[in-house]
Ligand binder design. Structure first.
Ligand SMILES: *Cc1c(COP(=O)(O)O)cnc(C)c1O
Length: 236
């Protein structure tokens, strides 16, 4: 049987190759796209294996799991170059735990959360790079702002001195054919451009696309794709 290290390495090579081709189709540089390996439910050993295959960005969707892994990693591999992304919804009563544990928070989804984060971060003199989450699919089950409200939300977030809003994030609808979510990605991209020009801000991160649809997301302008299953396999 193939070793776990081999399996993860091969998966990552395939993902990088798919990223490269999608970038090429869109006339973009592959280096401008960051693969965030979503390691939720996978072990620190698997994270190490992915790290050794060239991944430097990891994402978690639960703050407790994130904190556990960040602290463990720092103990095992102090001083290593690694970026941790919180990609899932954060409850206001868990804001404190996030501090000092993530380089980018992808799921800023309400002004109440922004206020809570800003207050906490102020106490630690931290500035948290955040993405405003936009619900482009319009599903009730999804967190995030309605596209029509995103600009005013970003304008409000800009008033929080301990938050730095560096872009937008979305979760597309789950579909069998990724072509079906292309319009959602295109819509977020347009919003990304429009908000920058109307508010005179400079964004850096457009976080969209997962295992099933990251190539379409790259063709539509994603700078960060969040890939779990295609790297680590199915979560059980
Ligand atoms: C789990 C998760 C992903 C990765 O999903 P895959 O389909 O396994 O690639 C991406 N984004 C968020 C917010 C997630 O929770």
């Amino acid at each position: 049987m193939e070793s776990r290290a081999h399996e993860i390495r091969r998966n990552i090579e395939v993902v990088f190759e798919r990223v490269r081709r999608a970038a090429e189709r869109a006339g973009r540089r592959p280096d401008d796209i960051t693969v965030v390996a979503v390691s939720k439910k996978f072990s620190i050993e698997d994270i190490r294996r992915a790290y050794e295959s060239g991944i430097r960005d990891f994402g978690e969707n639960r703050v407790q799991e994130l904190v556990g892994k960040v602290d463990r990693w720092a103990e095992l591999y102090p001083g290593s170059e690694i970026n941790w992304h919180m990609v899932g919804h954060l409850q206001r009563n868990k804001v404190k735990e996030l501090l000092g544990h993530c380089s980018t928070f992808h799921a800023l989804d309400s002004l109440r959360l922004a206020t809570a984060l800003n207050q906490r971060a102020g106490g630690y003199s931290e500035v948290i790079p955040c993405l405003a989450q936009v619900n482009v699919s319009g599903e009730d089950s999804k967190f995030g702002w309605d596209p029509d409200d995103a600009e005013s939300a970003v304008r409000e977030i800009l008033n929080h001195e301990h938050l730095q809003v560096i872009g937008l994030m979305t979760l597309a609808r789950p579909v069998d054919d990724p072509e079906h979510v292309r319009p959602e990605f295109a819509k977020l991209r347009r919003l990304y451009e429009r908000i920058q020009s109307s508010l005179s801000v400079k964004f850096e991160v457009l976080s969209m696309g997962m295992s099933g649809d990251f190539e379409v997301a790259i063709e539509e302008g994603a700078t960060h794709v969040r890939v779990g299953t295609a790297i680590f396999g199915e979560r059980t």
